[in-house]
Design a protein. Structure first.
Length: 417
């Protein structure tokens, strides 16, 4: 077997099993070990490894993590949620509002970031309103996955497609191709949750406890950062639509948004220390590992030997959903995207890759890093959400999601001629 593929296989086994015997290994540690093995075994040179790390993706993640951390540290997230939910007094309304609101937020803040900052909020709401924590944790998991599909900055794999797929207007492309089926999928997901957790919905009037800001100056800066991000996203869309002569990268949006916090907050060093460095290490190592696998030519030869069209919407979505359960969605996209580009795939195939690889996160726990983040955070609070509990709801949700996106993308692609 090709040594690069052997290293990849070992990494995937470690990610799936989370350790060797009594030794616990985290996802980022397994990926970092794989990248180191690639370098030490000569499968990739140090120069190639450095060139493989996508600086745009790394800067974007760093900037958005800073903004998310500031929202939590200042208490702004909880105050915002309190104001948004103040008029909702039923369990049905709360679940629907959380599903829709969290989905829309994930399209802006990235699903992994929202998984980190919103899990404590879900547990707090479950305690406050005497609802099953598992229900609200599943609401969060499904919402951040589905909502992130329709945005180039909604999740890391979409960001890879937007940056490395050279999309002229990623925000408009994602919204046009994936926005309508996302809204339909959210409604279908609410229906599944309402049916499968029907005993958990009660008729008791909900009374919300007002939240208070923990750090008002930091909250003001966090609001400013969010405003900058939204304005720059709007500006980028406008520049593309008007075909202006200049543009800026997605990483510029995140860095510009984080600058007020990094320049003017007295807690800047504490925020930098507390951001999700493990995820940043994971991505840097993943770029190195997947570049080594790509240079080996193994997957290119395997696809050629199958003599199938890997660019059709059913094929792309099928591969995205199934193989993401083994490799997780980000490594899968890092491998599959170059194959699609080499085959001359168009925008519909790229959108199908975004949808399939992302929706894979709703099927099983291992399908998305955001699921792992939510479950690990809940376990630290003493709440358990097991593999079978997740799959019992995730499987029907995913089947409905896939059918919805497949039908719409096929219609949308046909309309493009």
């Amino acid at each position: 077997m090709n040594l690069s593929i052997l290293i990849l296989a070992v990494v995937l086994v470690l990610i799936a099993t989370r350790g060797i015997g009594w030794l616990r290994i985290r996802i980022w540690q397994a990926m970092l070990g794989g990248a180191a093995a690639m370098l030490l075994s000569g499968q990739i040179t140090p120069r190639q490894a450095l060139a493989a790390i996508d600086v745009d993706v790394m800067l974007f993640l760093f900037g958005m993590f800073i903004i998310g951390q500031a929202m939590v540290d200042s208490g702004y997230l909880y105050c915002f949620a309190d104001r948004a939910l103040a008029r909702i007094h039923s369990s049905d309304g709360l679940v629907f509002a959380l599903l829709l609101g969290t989905a829309l937020a994930s399209a802006l803040l990235m699903n992994d970031t929202l998984a980190i900052i919103a899990t404590p909020l879900m547990l707090h709401l479950a305690r406050e309103h005497r609802m099953a924590p598992r229900l609200l944790l599943l609401v969060l998991a499904f919402a951040v996955t589905i909502g992130s599909v329709m945005s180039p900055i909604g999740n890391p794999q979409n960001l890879l497609i937007a940056v490395r797929g050279d999309l002229a207007n990623p925000f408009v492309s994602f919204l046009a191709a994936l926005g309508p089926p996302t809204l339909v999928s959210l409604l279908l997901t609410y229906g599944v949750l309402r049916w499968m957790f029907r005993r958990e919905f009660h008729n008791v009037l909900l009374v919300h406890t007002p939240a208070e800001l923990q750090d008002p100056p930091l909250a003001r800066l966090a609001r400013l950062s969010l405003l900058i991000v939204m304005l720059l996203i709007g500006l980028r869309i406008g520049l593309t639509v008007t075909q202006a002569g200049w543009n800026f990268r997605l990483s510029h949006i995140a860095v510009a948004g984080a600058l007020p916090l990094l320049l003017f907050s007295r807690r800047r060093l504490a925020m930098v220390r507390r951001i999700d460095w493990a995820t940043l290490i994971f991505f840097a190592a993943m770029f190195v590992l997947m570049e080594g696998v790509w240079l080996s030519g193994f997957f290119q030869r395997g696809i050629d030997a199958l003599h199938i069209d890997i660019t059709t919407i059913p094929a792309v979505m099928g591969v995205g959903v199934t193989l993401s359960q083994l490799t997780s969605n980000v490594p899968l996209v890092a491998l599959y995207l170059p194959l699609l580009q080499h085959a001359g795939a168009g925008l519909p195939a790229l959108m199908a890759l975004a949808a399939g690889s992302t929706l894979a996160g709703n099927l099983l726990i291992m399908g998305a890093a955001s699921n792992v983040i939510i479950i690990q955070s809940a376990e630290r609070a003493g709440i358990d959400l097991g593999f079978l509990q997740f799959a019992r709801v995730g499987i029907p949700v995913t089947l409905l999601n896939i059918l919805t996106y497949w039908a719409y993308l096929s219609w949308w692609a046909a309309g493009r001629g």
